[in-house]
Each structure stands twice: as structure tokens, then as C-alpha cells.
Design a protein around this ligand. Sequence first.
Ligand code: 8YV
Length: 312
Amino acid sequence: MTATLVIGPYSDTDLDALEKTFKPVAIADPSGIAGLEKSTRAAIAAVAFKGHLHFGGSEMDLLPNLGMIANYGVGYDAIDVAAASARGVKVTNTPDVLNDDVADIAVAMLFMQGREMEHASRWARSGQWKEKGEYRLNRKISGGKAGIVGLGRIGREIADRLAAFKMDIHYFARSEKDTPGWTYHADPVSLARAVDYLVVALVGGKETEKFVSAKVIDALGPLGIVVNISRGSTVDEAALLNALEQGRIAGAGLDVFLNEPDIDARFYALDNVVIQPHQGSGTVETRAAMGQLQRDNVSAFHAGDALLTPVN
Ligand code: 8YV
């Protein structure tokens, strides 16, 4: 069998599994492709990709026999899919298997921020509970108004969970869905105006860049909380930071950032932000399922079978 280029920070379990079936050539990121021997590059037919650094046409052109790129993750905004299609290269991703975990962490951040759990914990640990008595009151979440930006597979899991907390569900999507009892908004500003909790579950990429704009953030208002589990790019991060610093919204729960992991240091100074290190899909169970689905796609490609979860 031809070799498989393995790009990204794979776990030992994933690397072992790749080792068993494919002939892996491992590098840390796409910039390493140019450094591989020409004969090694020519032997590569498939890429197992895990990462958020750009994988574009110029990198693909260094691999003359490339047939597929199997992305470890549902979001494939790091891969130039148009460039892949133009070269006859198939792209796959790992949808669905991570929906539960990502939705769980979105809800957890909404609660952590809404009930000020991180702040309250720091307050108790620092002895202020003992010194000053009861913690300040915060806001009720059950029965509140939640807005989901993007009602795809993950957005729907989030909405279902929040509905179980008796929340009034509003959403933005490209078109209205069959969601009895939930309120559709064709415009994200109208959505933000109607709710206190805005959960961003869009796909990444150029089309959704800064979709949650300064205007949307302003429409959310001073009691508003932004939760983002999608990509840092979907929210105008400068506008979000300004609003958080100036108390124009109440807080944010963020699993994704621009330039992660080297995120804007202004976030670290903020008391009203829950910061998660892009760990939405990061459970043993889900990562195992993602790795398996990625490998199944590579195997299907080699066997000439239909790919399980094709992107293009
Ligand atoms: C990452 C994700 O892929 O699926 C996605 O789109 O953002 C995550 O699951 C994962 O962290 C591996 O890099």
C-alpha cells in the first residue's frame, strides 16, 4: 500500500491504530510537507489531517499522487476544499460522532458563566465567603431565552438540551426548520435582541467570518452572554473583547478563539469569561470515534469503496 501522511498532534492511541493499517509518515503541520524527500512525497496517496493550520493548494501540489485528505474533526475550514476538488482530491470529515460532547460543553459554559460558577469558586477559595458572607446573586437560567446561531447538527443538540431546561428557544439558520415551538429569526441582530444567551454553532470559514458582529453583540445587551463552540473566526473578537471589557454584555463562555492557542491576552484579564482550550470534542470516547471514522474513510479510499463522510 502507498504511504499515508499523518499531519497533526495525534494521540498515541490514534498513532498506534494508524501504524497498524497504513504506512504513516508523521509531521507536525502542513509546513513540513516541503521538507519531505521527493520519493516519500510521491508515495503518499492519503493524508490523515488533524489541525487548524492552513492546508492549501500549494501544499497539495507537493504531493503528486495525493487522492484524499481525511480530516480529524467536523470543521474543515483549515483545508482548501475548492483547491482539493480542482485537483481531484477527495476530502472527508468526522461529523455527528462529536455532536454530544460539543453540545455538552456549550451548555456547561452557559451555566458556568450564567451562574458565575468560576468566579464564585475563586471567591470562595480566596476566603471571601468566610470573610464577607453570602455570594452575590446571579441570574436564573431555566426558563430564560436562548438563541442558537446556526441550527445544524450541533446547534440542534444544544437547542434540545436547553429546551430540557425549559428555555424559550430562538434560532438563526439559513432557512426556517421544522421546529414547533421554537422561534426562527432570519437576521442575527433580531435573534440577539430577543435573547439573553447567544450560542454560536456555525461552521467556520470565510462565509461566516465575524458573523456575530459588533451590531449583534450590542443587540444582546448588558445581561447577555455569548457562548462559542464553533470557530474563533465566527465572532468579531475585537468587538467581543471591547463589549466584555466595557460591561456592555455580561459575559462569555468560549471554547474557540482566533489564533488559538496563542489567544489574545486581553481574555486572561477578564473576570467575566470562561475560557476553555478548544476541548469541545475532547473526551476519550469521542476522540476514539473520530479517529476510527477518519481511518475508516482512509480504508474506504484505498479499497475503492464509497467514502463514509465525504465533504466534496
Ligand atoms: C477538533 C473541532 O477537530 O471537529 C472540529 O471541528 O474543532 C475539534 O473536534 C479537534 O480538536 C481535533 O483537532
